[in-house]
Write a protein that binds this ligand. Structure first.
Ligand code: SF4
Length: 444
């Protein structure tokens, strides 16, 4: 197939819905603009995994935009390795794959930083001459370049002589966040998270390190007034940054208007799903039922809430309580989606179980690429390196604990069997890897 796929690569989380949630919000907006033929996301901690992303789309050209604030360990090492490309571009099975710079490096981020600072001084009537600015980046000791974007923003604002003092501080590097109280003197501190998601770092970790408790009020710490800004990633123009990066990588300008809210999805597995629907009339994926007219939860009782958009359905199923594993067997009931055309069934299933239908279809035609734990352990450079060397009893315990509550079957583990597996799992997911690592560490 020809066409262009746009994939946003984010971090995801096991504890906060917002980390991947903001990436899905970008995806929704880009789909509403008809920005590319297929648009989706992939994550380190949630589904679909980086390593699975290319198999969810059918386009010949794939552009991947890292939704990270800085070039670092994930953008330079993890994402290219998991995608199987040597650097920023490669050809995989005849498809051209391009990885753009992370969105945090884009020049448009400067104006978003300036807007956030301007909003804060205007809202509170602050005098810049009495105010210090702290640009708070993530940083990581594993990659020195991860501080570059936040540091460059701080240098740029410092050179403007706009504020009395400007510092850059880091959640996971030096100088650390509390150093802002030591290294500045101004009565007011404007703390700007150079983060994308309004997730656990922005809502919990940064405030804790700053010593503030009420994110919507002015906090007093060490005799200083602290004004905590919204993160840069929640600004509405971030999607324009993503489009700029994708266009620099070859995405053509497009005026396409999508047919409906369920357009612009990745399409791997769609034809197989339609063929199965034509044959069987009704299909079941875990707790989800599908026919030509609607998609619904098998345990619906009484009147079900109708959802008309991917964003609303995703929020209902994923956010409260947060379900980091899309295929966990605790899918909330009480909903349905009426279909305007059978093709929409695929988009609805993709919203509920990102990446699942592509794997199901590959399995149906005997082409699912199953990845053994050994292969995952060997290509890792971080905490999952050598995960395959964990004792068997730890691996089995993790299988019981995590996979026991999942609608997929871990076909990557030989003892799980493969015959009759209608929802196979091709590789250990991040939740399994994290749990196994914790169990292994606890045993040491
Ligand atoms: S079967 Fe296990 S490893 Fe696969 S997605 Fe489910 S919980 Fe994760």
């Amino acid at each position: 197939m020809s066409g262009i796929a746009l994939i946003l690569a984010g971090h995801g989380s096991h504890v906060s819905a917002n980390t991947a949630g903001i990436v899905w919000a970008y995806v929704d907006r880009l789909r509403s603009w008809g920005a590319a033929d297929e648009i989706t996301a992939c994550f380190w901690k949630e589904a679909p995994a980086f390593s699975q992303a290319l198999d969810t789309v059918l386009a010949d050209d794939v552009i991947i935009v890292p939704v990270f604030t800085a070039r670092g360990y994930f953008t330079s090492e993890v994402i290219p390795t998991e995608l199987g490309i040597g650097g920023d571009a490669g050809t995989i099975n005849g498809r051209r794959v391009q990885l753009t710079p992370p969105i945090g490096e884009h020049p448009r981020l400067r104006s978003i930083v300036d807007i956030r600072l301007r909003e804060t001084i205007d809202e509170h009537g602050l005098a810049p001459a009495d105010s210090a600015v702290a640009i708070i980046g993530h940083g990581t000791r594993r990659h020195r370049g991860s501080r570059d974007s936040a540091r460059e923003q701080a240098q740029r604002i410092r050179q403007l002589n706009w504020f009395r003092e400007v510092v850059d501080v880091y959640l996971d590097d030096e100088p650390d966040i509390p150093s802002v109280y030591r290294d500045t003197r101004a009565a007011n501190i404007i703390a700007l998270p150079y983060f994308l998601a309004d997730g656990s770092h922005v809502r919990q970790d940064l405030p804790r390190a700053l010593g503030i408790s009420d994110l919507d009020a002015v906090n007093c710490v060490n005799g200083r007034r602290v004004y905590y800004c919204d993160p840069v990633g929640s600004h509405e123009s971030i999607c324009q940054v993503i489009l700029d990066l994708a266009r620099e990588a070859g995405l053509p300008f497009s005026e396409r208007k999508p047919a409906c809210a369920w357009s612009g999805f990745p399409i791997a597995g769609r034809n197989a799903l339609l063929a199965a629907l034509a044959s069987w009339k009704t299909l079941q994926f875990g707790q989800v039922m599908v026919d030509h007219r609607r998609v619904w939860h098998c345990d619906n009782k009484g009147e079900a809430t109708e959802f008309a958009s991917p964003a609303a359905l995703r929020a209902f199923l994923r956010e409260d309580p947060f379900r980091p594993l899309a295929t966990s067997a605790d899918l909330p009931a009480g909903w349905q989606v009426s279909l305007e055309a059978p093709e929409q069934a695929h988009a609805v299933l993709e919203t509920i179980f990102p990446g699942l239908i592509a794997d199901w279809a590959a399995s149906e035609r005997g082409a699912l690429k199953i990845e053994a734990l050994t292969s995952i352990g060997k290509r890792q450079s971080g905490m999952f390196q050598d995960i395959h060397r964990l004792p068997i009893d730890v691996i089995k315990k993790a299988l019981d604990k995590v996979c026991g509550g999942c609608i997929r079957r871990p076909t990557w583990w030989p003892a799980a069997g493969q015959a009759g597996t209608d929802l196979p799992c091709r590789a250990a997911c991040n939740l399994w890897l994290s749990t196994a690592r914790q169990l292994g560490d606890a045993k040491l």
